[in-house]
Each structure stands twice: as structure tokens, then as C-alpha cells.
Design a protein around this ligand. Structure first.
Ligand code: SAM
Length: 280
């Protein structure tokens, strides 16, 4: 089978790190995270994983794997929570990469949508990642026409894992306001970090050719988001420990210490915005 090639040095290449992290996490911390889909997808890519395999030996990279998996589990928690009261809702993975969270949350009645740049959506097509009630949409998130394809008549939950940090503050605000306008009663979930986190990520962003890095979103205080949509309800939880206690015995004391620092010092948060109104 021909493998799908991921070009090095592109924003799209950023999907490799969380994907690889989830694969590694399922191998190292199976009680915490047991989704094997990332491993299967990695096998079908034409990408040189040797450097990542080498780094995977280090404590810090293993912690990075935990980060990728915890974020997915956090998103899943929020999606499941929304689906409990809106079982036929649209579940929309914004900046989906090769992530299968929508499928992992499938309750048999929801609609699943994956939105990303055209080359990533082409990769999903070639890897046959679309299942039942699942639609892939090739679009820049900032071109709001993609929202026309979402059936939010029974509710809609939007999530963006590792994506809002690539948007500028103005783009994130405009995108959120447009979602709130079009999808009353919907929910948006995304992860964000504070100023220190952005500083720590500087080199990674540069390696991926991010030119507008200086303008990219970071949130020192989640309350800043309240002004984006004044009628919405904004809440947040810690990214690493806000939803799960990481009780897998393979999680070391150092990992737990780093997890607390990520949540408190680096201000890594999962932000949830519940839009006012009822689905139309
Ligand atoms: C770090 S990856 C995360 C992928 C996936 N959410 C995950 O957790 O595995 C960031 C993804 O966001 C996508 N992305 C970034 N900016 C985007 C934009 N303006 N429109 C659509 N997709 C975007 C990239 O193509 C990439 O797939």
C-alpha cells in the first residue's frame, strides 16, 4: 500500500507530534489511555519517525506523550458531556489533523465532522478515515463558509485540540463569535496556554515555519475570553489534571509534578464556552 507523505516543515506537520504522542502514550500508559488508532495511522504515513523514536526514550518526551493523550481525553469528556443532553448533535473536530476523537465519542446518533486544510483532508481520504455519519471538510477555519456544511439543528459541539495556538487573537475571537452566532446552544472547547507556555513553544513553532508566531493566541487569564461573546458562559479546567487524576501506576512522581506545573505555572487550560440560546 502507498503511504501518505507528510511534508516536513509545514504547519500540517504539527499533527505528527500529538499523533505520535498518543501512539506512545497508549504503549507506555495503557491504563491511562488505550486508543490504538494513532499507532495504526502512524504506520500508514510516509514520515521519518526515527528522531521521535529516539527522543521517546527521555522522561520529557514521555511526559509530552501524556500531554497529547490527556488533551484528547479532556476533549472527549466535554463531548460526551454535551452528547448526554444532545445525542444527535454535530461533533466538529476543528483542525483535526489525523485525530479520531469524533469516532471515539460516537454514540451512534451524532454527526461527526472533521475540518482541516485540504492536504490533511486528502490524507484522511486516502487513509479511509471517514466512517458512518462522518464528513471531512477541506477548509481554512478562518473562511467561515465551512460552517454551512454543519447540521447543528440538534446541537453542536466544536473542539480544537492544539489548534487555537496557531490562530491570532483576532482570528480566535472572530471564529468564536461566528460559531456563537450560527450555533445557539452550542459548545466550543479548545486548549490554550499562558505567556510562559508560548515562550517555551517558540522553537517548535519556528521549526514549523510559523511566521505570525508573535501574534498567536495565548491566554494569561481565561476571563479574557468572556469579552469574545458576552452572552456565553466561559469556564476552564487544568489541561493535565482538571479532568483525570492520572492514576496509571506508570505515571511517575516527576510526571505528576510536571503536570501540576503545566496547569498552574504554564497555565495550560481547557477552555469551554457554552453559547446562549437553544439549537434552531
Ligand atoms: C498540532 S496539529 C493538531 C491536530 C489534531 N487536532 C490533534 O490533536 O492531533 C494542528 C492542526 O491544525 C490545523 N490547522 C492549523 N491552522 C488551521 C487553520 N487556520 N485552518 C484549518 N486547520 C488548521 C493543522 O493543519 C494541523 O492539522
Amino acid at each position: 500500500m502507498t503511504k501518505f507523505r507528510i511534508e516536513p516543515g509545514s504547519v500540517q506537520e504539527t499533527l505528527i507530534i500529538p499523533l505520535y504522542g498518543r501512539k506512545l502514550c497508549a504503549e507506555l500508559f495503557p491504563m491511562q489511555y488505550h486508543d490504538k488508532s494513532a499507532a495504526r495511522i502512524c504506520e500508514s504515513l510516509d514520515y521519518d519517525f526515527s528522531e521521535l523514536d529516539r527522543q521517546a526514550e527521555s522522561t520529557l518526551w514521555r511526559f509530552g506523550a501524556l500531554e497529547a493523550a490527556m488533551r484528547q481525553l479532556d476533549m472527549q469528556w466535554e463531548i460526551d458531556d454535551y452528547l448526554a443532553s444532545h445525542p444527535r448533535a454535530a461533533v466538529v473536530n476543528m483542525g483535526c489533523g489525523l485525530d479520531q476523537t469524533g469516532r471515539a465519542c460516537d454514540n451512534g446518533t451524532c454527526g461527526i465532522y472533521n475540518v482541516d486544510m485540504p492536504d490533511i483532508i486528502e490524507a484522511r481520504r486516502q487513509l479511509s478515515l471517514a466512517g458512518e455519519r462522518e464528513l471531512n471538510i477541506a477548509s481554512n477555519l478562518n473562511d467561515f463558509a465551512w460552517m454551512d456544511a454543519i447540521d447543528g439543528s440538534d446541537g453542536a459541539v466544536f473542539f480544537a485540540a492544539g489548534v487555537f495556538c496557531y490562530l491570532t487573537f483576532d482570528q480566535a475571537r472572530a471564529l468564536t463569535a461566528e460559531l456563537a452566532r450560527r450555533f445557539p446552544g452550542g459548545r466550543l472547547v479548545f486548549d490554550a496556554m499562558g505567556k510562559l507556555g508560548k515562550k517555551l513553544m517558540h522553537q517548535t513553532f519556528k521549526n514549523f515555519g510559523m511566521e505570525n508566531y508573535d501574534n498567536c493566541l495565548f491566554l494569561e487569564d481565561v476571563a479574557e475570553v468572556e469579552a469574545w461573546v458576552p452572552t456565553a458562559r466561559v469556564s476552564s479546567r487544568g489541561y493535565m489534571l482538571g479532568y483525570h487524576d492520572m492514576s496509571d501506576p506508570a505515571v511517575t512522581k516527576l510526571h505528576r509534578f510536571l503536570a501540576r506545573r503545566c496547569d498552574d505555572t504554564v497555565k495550560m487550560r481547557i477552555v469551554r464556552i457554552d453559547f446562549a440560546g437553544k439549537p434552531e
